[in-house]
Design a protein around this ligand. Structure first.
Ligand SMILES: NC(=O)C1=CN([C@@H]2O[C@H](COP(=O)(O)OP(=O)(O)OC[C@H]3O[C@@H](n4cnc5c(N)ncnc54)[C@H](OP(=O)(O)O)[C@@H]3O)[C@@H](O)[C@H]2O)[C@@H](O)CC1
Ligand SMILES: [K+]
Length: 483
């Protein structure tokens, strides 16, 4: 900001916002736009974007929720033919309570809002095409103030575009603490923020669109892999490889009660990413029949344990641990854990399993996935992959950014899909990826395979496993990393 003329970043942000709104609405001319404007620069962005929309023929009305709205933005909107409405006497906002002079103090500020404009919103709210939420951005506290809540109530049902962040969510943690805006589209400036990636706040963002405003950014605390990142991580066989040097993944999973878990975990592991797959357990006959490439016990570069293991979970974990190689620990084998394992490991709990493991409430874990994934990673000295709509992957190294997975579809919430994921991550681990990379690339591929297999319809865990090779084939070409 110091290196740019004053207001340059805000102009870039506002222009990016306005064009995102035009895209969203399919044009500006003739559209009716309401801006909800708070006291900070977030409201300034909304006002300048509103001015641009007004110049393109939109009818724009700004509802000023504070008597300290961005003065330059108000002037720009007016100059472009837009309208401003103060809220202290507006029809959609209750009179100020709890203070005898609050209303008077606001009315005394006549510079921003002219007397005729203070009376009420001009627009019939059922004719509004879009609400632009400039109530509060990265400078705000969680929750909404009564003025904002009342304004949103009056506009219920109108599509919302959030400026930078949906107002009211906790920007830096993705948590929810009080009322917040739920947007159809969020236009973020400069970078994604934790609330755009992490649930529950991410669910309030709708589609997130990033506008580059030319910021030089520090190292992130949270990352989200994209296709090109996953492509760069994929194991690529060198010309002189053989099956052992590509890595052998072993699975001690499934049980007489849950033979299907073994078959699904093996199908996740047996996609060709590792050189060989071993299976040890009660479902051997089935595995041999359905996966003739898979062999029995022996040395492996990574073991997967726990999926559907039932009573065998403890011994599977003990065997795998004794091998000294990196492990993927799922489902039933999570239960016996009490602390660090002494070998590199990836734990793959869903919120309920993590709740049982660390004796916390499941609801708390779903409300604070970032916090609990980090806590568990530290406690077990392992990578923790906390499954959810936005699977959250924390490393025991506090300096390694947490990774949040954004691929997938709600159809993926289906029995056995976690077994496929465990096997897939195991194969990447065996192929030599670091645990954080194996876990996050595995989650990305798994979600992308679900989307591919689903094609908008229902999908089964077997279908997800079958789609993994096609997803890998469709990854962008990247030059191999220099060694
Ligand atoms: N940084 C950059 O590079 C760029 C940033 N840009 C933009 O600036 C935004 C950040 O602007 P900001 O810092 O002015 O803070 P912002 O979020 O608008 O408001 C904070 C004020 O609101 C108030 N308030 C607090 N909590 C509240 C609540 N729950 N509900 C209601 N009001 C609440 C409180 O003031 P109070 O009313 O309490 O006096 C506080 O001071 C950012 O998100 C982006 O849009 C772009 O222009 C491009 C470049
Ligand atoms: K906002």
């Amino acid at each position: 900001m110091a290196s740019l003329p004053e207001g340059a970043l805000m102009q870039r942000a506002a222009a990016g916002l306005a064009y995102a709104v035009i895209d969203h609405l399919g044009g500006a001319y003739g559209k009716r736009v309401v801006l909800l404007v708070g006291s900070g620069d977030n409201g300034g962005d909304a006002l300048y974007a509103g001015a641009l929309l007004a110049r393109r023929g939109a009818w724009v009305e700004a509802w000023l929720l504070s008597d300290r709205a961005h003065a330059g933005g108000v002037a720009a909107l007016r100059a472009a033919g837009g309208h401003c409405v103060g809220l202290d006497t507006g029809s959609f906002v209750p009179h100020e309570t709890g203070s005898t002079d609050g209303g008077a103090a606001r009315r005394a500020d006549a510079t921003l809002v002219e007397p005729g404009e203070r009376q009420r919103a001009r627009v019939e709210t059922n004719t509004v095409d879009v609400v632009i939420d400039g109530i509060v951005g990265i400078g705000g506290k969680p929750g909404l103030r009564p003025e904002a809540e009342a304004a949103l109530e009056g506009l219920a049902g109108v599509p919302v575009v959030a400026v930078d962040t949906p107002s009211g969510v906790c920007v830096d943690t993705g948590e929810i603490d009080g009322a917040h805006v739920s947007a159809d589209l969020t236009v973020s400036f400069g970078t994604y923020k934790p609330c755009h990636l992490l649930d529950p706040a991410a669910s309030a963002c709708g589609t997130v669109r990033l506008v580059d405003i030319g910021l030089e950014l520090p190292a992130p605390i949270i990352e989200s892999l994209e296709a090109v990142d996953v492509a760069a991580l994929m194991p690529r066989p060198a010309p002189d490889v053989h099956k052992y040097s590509r890595g052998v993944v072993g699975l001690r999973v499934g049980s007489a009660t849950y033979p299907g878990a073994a078959l699904l975990a093996v199908s996740g592991a047996n996609t060709g990413l590792a050189g060989m797959v071993r299976y040890v357990g009660t479902a051997s006959e089935w595995v041999k029949r359905l996966h003739p490439e898979v062999v029995g016990d022996g040395q492996a570069q990574a073991w997967v344990v726990g999926s559907g293991s039932a009573d065998g979970a403890n011994s599977a974990l003990a065997f795998a641990r004794a091998s000294g190689v990196p492990l993927v620990i799922d489902a039933d084998s999570l239960r016996p854990l009490t602390g660090p394992l002494g070998v590199p490991a990836i734990l793959t709990p869903h919120a309920g399993e993590l709740a049982a493991l660390i004796r916390e409430d499941r609801g708390d874990i779903e409300a604070r996935p970032l916090h609990y994934a980090r806590l568990a990673a530290k406690r077990f000295d392992a990578v923790v992959l906390l499954k959810g709509r936005r699977t959250t992957i924390a490393s025991p190294d506090p300096d390694t950014p947490v990774r949040v997975n954004t691929t997938g579809t709600s159809w993926l919430a289906t029995a056995g899909s976690g077994d496929v994921l465990g096997g897939l991550i195991g194969s990447l681990l065996a192929a030599g990826l670091a645990p954080i990379d194996a876990a996050s690339a595995g989650a990305w591929l798994h979600g992308a395979a679900a989307t591919l297999a689903s094609a908008g319809g229902p999908v089964t865990a077997s279908g997800v496993a079958a789609a993994i090779p096609a997803v890998i084939r469709s990854l962008p070409a990247v030059s191999p990393p220099s060694r």
